[in-house]
Design a protein around this ligand. Structure first.
Ligand SMILES: Nc1nc2c(c(=O)[nH]1)N[C@H]1C(S)=C(S)[C@@H](COP(=O)(O)OP(=O)(O)OC[C@H]3O[C@@H](n4cnc5c(=O)[nH]c(N)nc54)[C@H](O)[C@@H]3O)O[C@H]1N2
Ligand SMILES: Nc1nc2c(c(=O)[nH]1)N[C@H]1C(S)=C(S)[C@@H](COP(=O)(O)OP(=O)(O)OC[C@H]3O[C@@H](n4cnc5c(=O)[nH]c(N)nc54)[C@H](O)[C@@H]3O)O[C@H]1N2
Ligand code: SF4
Ligand SMILES: [Mo]
Length: 740
């Protein structure tokens, strides 16, 4: 303990400050932090968070934090933070209510719905805010299993679901693709880790991204970036393909065709492990370099350079991010990227070491062999579009219709755990109608969001520093076999709950069990966060006691080493499955990716709206925090190339109406030379729960209103088009004009 503040955190003289080690959970990156806690303020018996610092001695983060994580003091203690449960009264007002009373009432309503409509009628949706909590998803999932309700949803199915489904269909390499750490080349298609901390297969993750990228470049790594916007990542690129959005399947088919025609593939590897190489070669044949260069609008020479640079490796991967995974034909794109890795043999071989320790999950064999392809989509049927659940969850793009569509199994109750459907789910108009139609909507959020405003009950959550936790997402992606853990940093002293506690409170009242891998959560007494973590991660490769004793430690001796293939290993990759190769043939007949929208014409919708992340926001979170609002601004600008603005007679700060085949939003234009022509680049999940945009300059507008749940949906995983959306842009001379 020391007395007095330090300059970085700014607490005043004479305060008693304790510095406690934790890690940030505002986003998934899990940056280690030192938290200055004032312990002598009587108004904060659990401790007051007054400063956040990076941990310079951490072996992989080296002191890195971002602007969002540094706002934890304000997030924890700002006046507008919800600290008690709220109940919507008959006249529409919210009133504070003790959470115990709220849980009694919610459980009673759930009882009636389950008894009269069946368990399917009760759904939950865990969003990004819940996902950063290591026990939220396991508990919500197990809660549903406790009363046999299949209606478990998360934001993953509207994020990059092809990341789940495509590897199953192609087959997986047990030892994984090449690591980033010793890559000679990296091809990054539509992701931007410098802002998002997201890094795709074999890609750069958010662990100190700028320093790590500079080092990799210094060591000679070649970088190919494919993005309609010259992103922060693209500034490091050796080759930058500033593609037309929505044309990634064409680009990838073209790259595969060049690599195959020039004999640059790994023949020996393909001979042994690929079952249908000739079919792939036939399927990409029509994607000639001139056709591809023209359709994607990249220089022919750059296309060849990228293909040859990637193929010469010898180590490194191609990976995709949310851009192409939200554009038309997302499963096909993801598949072709994986196939390019496979035919170039970019997998870990016998004796190679895996980069991440994957300490929190059960140890599985890591042999240099293929896990046979299989269809992953075998879950409970959705009632829409012939879709099904996969990996134990249901596709979120159907949830609004599951609520609205009459019939057996109709969803009547929804618990939202750290999500903001009103601005994030595809088709805002449909989503708002659905949320208002529910018999019971419970939202677990510390902010009064557009979704919370529609709830019957809002439950106030513990925030990250009030919870014990493990970095369950990064554990698979850390660039080294690294462990971390945080105990509770400051004790909560309001009527707030960890996500697991909410499901536990309801289960106790309903008489259901929550069965986790290590056993049932005790119902006769309230366990601690740590006990629940132990139950949820009971089969971890490293016992959790050992994880807790190793905070921010790299364990080189525990790296997994790839074992030889079994003598009888026969499974092979399917790089050219019939359905996807048929889709590839259809793509060749399109004029552009936007053809997936019925009625699309290039004249009616000449622009493409692409999605992006902002460094000072996390989806809809951020504008309530002073420094983030100052950095991000109060609207999600429609970033446009100045030459396009000139053509349309637009100036910075002008209002425009952006119209897609589905709907319209109003936007505020900002000139951006880094955006290619014909494109507008906008962040998602802004705005509120109104379909008119009079507050566009104050709160922005949600791009999700432009999106349809039907047009261009993926037949396997139900993913919809949320980027590369065809749009028309017209100047709105005043706001009234914009609203017509
Ligand atoms: N058009 C379009 N649509 C998109 C996207 C796009 O790019 N374009 N992106 C998609 C993607 S990738 C995603 S992930 C989704 C995002 O969809 P959501 O995850 O539903 O949206 P968020 O705005 O991230 O909502 C997270 C909420 O969690 C709350 N929260 C933060 N911390 C905590 C906590 O500790 N506990 C609890 N209980 N709550 C907390 C925040 O206040 C916030 O309201 O949107 C998808 N929709
Ligand atoms: N600071 C910050 N960090 C975040 C988030 C945030 O909101 N803010 N959100 C978190 C979430 S929920 C997620 S899922 C991850 C996402 O992480 P990323 O996938 O890295 O997300 P973005 O930074 O939006 O990068 C997507 C890129 O795709 C490009 N793009 C758009 N359409 C296309 C297309 O059709 N083709 C190609 N080739 N490129 C295209 C965009 O221009 C953009 O540069 O980030 C997470 N991290
Ligand atoms: S990148 Fe920023 S928000 Fe994400 S964990 Fe690190 S400090 Fe927190
Ligand atoms: Mo996401």
């Amino acid at each position: 303990m020391h007395v007095g503040g330090n300059e970085a955190s700014g607490p005043g003289e004479g305060m008693k400050i304790e510095t406690r080690r934790s890690f940030c959970r505002v986003c998934h990156a899990s940056c280690p932090i030192d938290v200055d806690v004032q312990v002598d303020d009587l108004a904060f018996p659990g401790g007051k968070v007054v400063g956040i610092h990076g941990v310079a001695e951490d072996p992989i983060f080296e002191g890195f934090t971002c602007i969002k994580g540094r706002q934890l003091p304000e997030q924890m203690h700002q006046a507008s933070r919800l600290r008690t449960a709220l109940r919507r009264s008959a006249d529409g007002h919210f009133e504070a209510v003790g959470s115990s009373e709220a849980f009694d009432e919610i459980a009673a309503r759930l009882r009636t719905i389950i008894d009269t409509r069946g368990p399917r009628a009760v759904a939950s949706y865990t969003g990004t805010g819940g996902y950063q909590n290591s026990v939220a998803v396991p508990t919500a999932r197990a809660w549903h299993q406790g009363f046999k309700s299949p209606s478990f949803y998360t934001s993953v199915t509207i994020d990059q679901p092809a990341k789940t489904t495509a590897p199953f269909r192609m087959g997986m390499w047990e030892a994984g693709f090449h690591n980033f750490s010793d890559a000679n080349v990296l091809m990054a298609i539509g992701y931007n880790p410098m802002v998002s901390s997201y890094g795709a297969v074999g890609g750069l993750q958010g662990t100190n991204p700028f320093t790590v990228m500079r080092r990799a470049k210094k060591n000679g790594m070649k970088l190919i970036v494919v993005d309609p916007r010259r992103t922060e990542l693209a500034t490091f690129a050796d080759v930058f393909l500033q593609v037309r959005p929505g044309e990634d399947p064409t680009l990838l088919a073209g790259l595969i065709a060049i690599v195959m025609r020039e004999g640059l593939i790994d023949h020996e590897f393909c001979e042994r492990w690929v079952g249908d190489l000739a079919s792939l070669e036939r399927s990409v044949a029509a994607y000639t370099p001139t056709y591809v260069a023209e359709r994607c609008d990249v220089a022919l020479e750059d296309l060849f350079t990228a293909a040859r640079m990637f193929a010469s490796g010898p180590r490194g991967t191609v990976g995709t991010g949310t851009g192409p995974n939200m554009a038309p034909h997302s499963s096909l794109t993801e598949h072709l990227a994986l196939a390019l890795n496979v035919i170039c043999g970019r997998v870990n071989r016998e004796g190679d070491k895996l980069e991440s320790g994957m300490f929190l999950y059960p140890e599985t064999p890591r042999r240099a062999q293929v896990i046979a392809p299989r269809l992953p989509v075998t879950g409970h049927p959705a009632r829409m579009r012939g879709l099904r659940g996969y990996r134990g969850e249901m596709p979120t793009a159907t949830l609004a219709e599951e609520i609205l569509e009459p019939g057996d199994g109709r969803i009547r109750a929804l618990i939202v755990s750290g999500g903001n459907p009103a601005v994030a789910w595809p088709d805002q108009e449909l989503t708002l109608r659905a949320l208002k139609d529910l018999e019971l909507l419970v939202v677990l959020d510390h902010r009064m969001t557009a979704s919370a405003e529609l709830a019957h009950y809002v439950i106030a959550p513990k925030l990250s520093l009030e919870r014990a936790d493990i970095p369950h997402l990064m554990d698979r992606w850390f660039r080294e076999p690294y462990t971390n853990y945080t105990p509770v940093t400051v004790a909560a002293n309001d009527d707030v709950h960890n996500e697991w506690e909410v499901f536990w409170e309801l289960s106790r009242r309903l008489g259901y069990d929550i069965a986790l891998p290590g056993g049932n959560i005790p119902m006769d007494r309230k366990p601690t966060d740590d006990e629940v973590i132990d139950l949820a991660y009971a089969n971890s490769r490293m016992p959790l006691g050992q994880v807790r004793a190793n905070l921010g430690v790299v364990h080189p001796e525990l790296a997994m080493v790839v074992q030889p293939a079994d003598a009888g290993a026969t499974a092979k990759f399917t790089v050219a499955p019939d359905d996807l190769m048929n889709e590839l043939a259809e793509v060749r007949q399109e004029t552009s990716g936007a053809d997936v929208f019925p009625g699309f014409t290039p004249e009616a919708f000449p622009f493409r709206l692409v999605s992006r992340r902002l460094k000072a926001m996390l989806n809809s979170l951020g504008s309530e925090l002073t420094a983030l609002r100052k950095s991000a601004g109060t609207t999600n600008h429609a970033h446009m190339n100045p030459a396009d603005m000139d053509d349309l007679g637009l100036h910075d700060d002008d209002l425009v109406v952006i119209t897609s085949p589905r709907s319209s939003i109003t936007g505020v234009v900002a000139g951006a030379k880094d955006v290619r022509r014909g494109v507008i680049s906008m962040a998602h999940s802004w705005g509120g729960g109104s379909l008119t945009d009079e507050k566009v300059r104050d709160i922005g507008t949600p791009t999700s209103r432009l999106v349809s749940t039907v047009d261009g949906h993926d037949p396997v995983n139900g993913m919809v088009v949320q980027s590369a959306i065809p749009v028309h842009i017209a100047r709105a001379d005043n706001l009234a004009g914009a609203l017509t």
